[in-house]
Structure formats: structure tokens, C-alpha cells
Write a protein that binds this ligand. Structure first.
Ligand code: RM4
Ligand code: MN
Ligand code: MN
Length: 404
């Protein structure tokens, strides 16, 4: 006998709640600070001006959403003294009840990196970059952070000006050296991006290159998918399916884009894309052994138009709600429909889940966990943004914003 296209409400709710219980999202420290476009910064009165304020903001997001216990840190921005800043981070963890998450080396800011960091033709600059990688690993160890999350901005602007192939070798060496420094429980996440800041060639431009480099580095190196880092039209969920299959999907940087690395709110432009990515993960988990925490869900957004706190809470809710909608998919039913090539029925079930307004179910889950039913509303009524605006306005009014 055939099953009906929609499963029982109770079965659905259990599936969704189980998925919600397993979902944690890491928020970026840089999402609370003043950032801007390529042409300048728009200063916000409520923006965090130091690490203490970033931790305070992250802690408030966690209090409201209950699913963001860790904060991604960028070494130069958040740990200016390198390993010397670890003690301060530990104090902030204690004070604010959120932990340091992934550690992000910064290989794109120093003057020496004008022609590249790990791929710079000058061995002394490459060595400096490798040393920064090793220090980042040690910082992560000291903070008990599992993941070192690497984005390499290296590339070139003009054909013939750099050796693409020799640079591959330098990257492999650098990542191997980094891998050697890691504790057995740590991971190196290798991020890719098709272009920007370099426009002719980027040294880690797509998932194939990231995968190959991860393999060269060692077994604890995996791939990081930043949803904004793909050419338009790329089937990102297919990449996700491959990485899962290869056992190297390390995690995500969530954001959305209309054109390139726009860092817009996840799901603001194409929520169906996010739903499809989550579906691939949940589908893979239905049929294969994957541990909940093997995939690090992280946000990589820094808003300069939206209020930072509002944008972060909205992002977490959006990701959570799209994840819940993907969990509505009855994987067994879908597999039956797929095997029978019932195309319209399969698509209708899939689309139907995407179109379901899951918000009441997620609100119920939040309340059952002692969380506000609507975290964004709770942020508005908490007075937190008004408070930090008042406290930080004077400091922020002195911030430099010019591009040139
Ligand atoms: C890059 C990339 C990295 C992020 C920097 C700030 O485009 O997404 O993950 O750390 O931006
Ligand atoms: Mn990223
Ligand atoms: Mn990016």
C-alpha cells in the first residue's frame, strides 16, 4: 500500500524537533564590529569596539536564540597579541558564558602580503605566513578550539605575472606544516573562493582545489563551504553531497549573495538554495553515519546597513527555520518516490516542505526549551540595543571610515 504524500503530524514534529536539538550555529566576532564596503565603513553607534563588547553581544544572541554557544575569532582582529591574548579570551569566556569557536588566521592584512602570503614568491614572506598558521594552531589548542578555519586571499591580477603551479606546491607545504602542528582532535578547514581580492587567478578557487589541498595536508584537513563563494548558478547542494560522500565536509560559512561575496543575510535572496543544502545533509544523515558536530555551521556576515544585533539574531532564526523546513522532508517517502521515478510527486513533497510555514513549530520548540518564541521580538523589547548604543556611541563617533 502506498503512503500518503504527507506523513503524520506527530512524526513530522518529532523529526523537526530532533533536527532543532542537534543544530548549533557559530557566530562571527567580526559581525558585531564596524565593517564596510570596499569604499569605506559606515559607523554604527552600537557596534562593538573591542573584544569584550563582541563577547557581550555574542552572549546576548545566545541568550535569545539558545543555539549560538561559540564565537568565531579572527586572530589579528581579536587576538592582537597572538598567544599573548589567550588569557583575555579565557576571562571573557568565563564572564559571558560563550566559548571561543573556530580560530581564523589572518593572512590578508599585513603589508608583506601584497603579493601573497602562503603563496608569496618570497620565501621569507611565506615563512612569516606559515609561522602565523602555526601560532593560530597553538592559539586554538590553548583555547580548546577544535577548528582552525583558513581562507587564503592569495592570487594574481594579471596573466603571466605569477606561477600558478609553483604556488600550488607552496600551499601544499604550508598546509602540511600546519597539519603537523595540530593536536589529534583538531581540524583544519580549507575555504575556497572564486575571486576577490585577486581577479585573474585565486590560489584556492573552488572545492576541488580545497579538497586536493586538504588531502595533501593530512587526514584532519577538511573543506569549508562559504555559501557566497560560488559562481552564479552553481549547484551548491551538489558540491555538499560530494563533500559528504568524500567525508570531507568540515563546515559552512553562511551568507547569501546576489552576485558574488556579498555577505547578505542567509536565505535573504535564495532561501530555496539553503533549504536544498540542508536537505542534502539531512538526507545523507538518514542513510549514513555522520556525527552531529562533524559539520561546523558558522555565519560569515558583517552587516553595515542593518543593525548588527538585529541582523545576527535574524540570521540565526532564518538558518534555523530553513533547517527545520528541510527536516520536514520524509526521507523514506522521498526515496520511494525517487526510485519509482514519480517525479511530480517527489517534487511536490519536496517543494511542499519548503513552502510550509514552520515558524509556529519552531516557536513551540523554543518555548519548550525556555527560550523566547520570537528572539527578534525579544531583542527589541529587551532594551539591549538601546543600552549598547548609549554606551558605545561616543567611542564609535571617533572611528575612521575613509577608503582613501
Ligand atoms: C572572506 C572569507 C573569510 C572571511 C573574510 C573576512 O571573503 O569569507 O572566511 O574570514 O572574508
Ligand atoms: Mn567565509
Ligand atoms: Mn567571504
Amino acid at each position: 500500500m502506498e503512503r500518503s504524500v504527507s506523513s503524520l503530524p506527530q512524526e513530522k514534529q518529532e523529526r523537526v524537533w530532533r533536527a532543532l536539538d542537534g543544530l548549533q550555529i557559530e557566530i562571527p566576532s567580526w559581525g558585531f564590529a564596524n565593517t564596510g564596503t570596499r569604499f569605506g565603513k559606515f559607523i554604527q553607534a552600537a557596534a562593538a569596539t573591542n573584544l569584550t563588547e563582541k563577547f557581550a553581544d555574542a552572549s546576548e544572541v545566545h541568550r535569545l536564540t539558545g543555539i549560538t554557544p561559540t564565537v568565531a575569532l579572527h586572530v589579528l582582529w581579536d587576538l592582537p597579541e597572538g598567544e599573548g591574548s589567550v588569557a583575555q579570551v579565557k576571562e571573557l569566556e568565563q564572564a559571558y558564558g560563550v566559548r571561543a569557536g573556530s580560530i581564523n588566521p589572518n593572512l590578508f592584512q599585513d603589508q608583506e602580503y601584497k603579493y601573497g602570503s602562503l603563496c608569496n614568491p618570497d620565501p621569507a614572506v611565506r615563512e612569516k605566513a606559515v609561522q602565523h598558521m602555526l601560532a593560530s594552531v597553538r592559539i586554538a589548542k590553548a583555547l580548546d578550539s577544535r577548528d582552525i578555519s583558513l581562507w587564503v586571499s592569495d592570487g594574481s591580477n594579471y596573466p603571466g605575472t605569477q606561477s600558478i603551479s609553483r604556488r600550488i606546491g607552496w600551499l601544499e607545504e604550508a598546509l602540511k606544516a600546519t597539519h603537523n602542528e595540530m593536536a589529534p582532535t583538531q581540524r583544519l578547514l580549507v575555504e575556497y573562493k572564486p575571486f576577490e581580492p585577486a581577479f585573474y587567478h585565486t590560489d584556492i578557487a573552488d572545492w576541488g582545489m580545497a579538497y586536493s589541498l586538504a588531502k595533501a595536508a593530512g587526514p584532519q584537513a577538511v573543506v569549508l563551504v562559504d555559501t557566497g563563494h560560488h559562481a552564479l548558478g552553481t549547484n551548491i547542494e551538489q558540491i555538499v553531497a560530494w563533500l559528504l560522500r568524500l567525508g570531507v565536509l568540515g563546515g559552512f560559512h553562511f551568507n547569501d549573495r546576489k552576485f558574488a561575496d556579498d555577505d547578505l543575510t542567509i536565505g535573504s535572496i535564495d532561501p530555496y538554495q539553503v533549504f536544498r543544502i540542508f536537505h542534502e545533509i539531512l538526507s545523507y544523515k538518514t542513510w549514513n553515519e555522520v556525527h552531529e558536530d562533524q559539520i561546523a555551521y558558522m555565519i560569515d556576515q558583517s552587516h553595515n546597513l542593518k543593525g548588527k544585533m538585529e541582523a545576527m539574531v535574524q540570521t540565526v532564526m532564518q538558518a534555523q527555520e530553513l533547517f527545520a523546513r528541510a527536516a520536514l522532508v520524509d526521507q523514506h517517502l522521498l526515496a520511494e518516490l525517487q526510485d519509482a521515478c514519480k517525479l511530480v510527486e517527489a517534487e511536490e513533497h519536496f517543494r511542499g516542505c519548503f513552502y510550509t510555514d514552520i515558524r509556529p513549530m519552531v516557536a513551540e520548540w523554543r518555548q519548550s526549551r525556555g527560550l523566547p518564541a520570537n528572539p527578534l521580538e525579544a531583542l527589541r523589547t529587551s532594551g539591549y540595543v538601546a543600552k549598547i548604543t548609549e554606551e558605545r556611541a561616543a567611542k564609535n563617533s571617533n572611528t575612521q571610515s575613509s577608503y582613501a
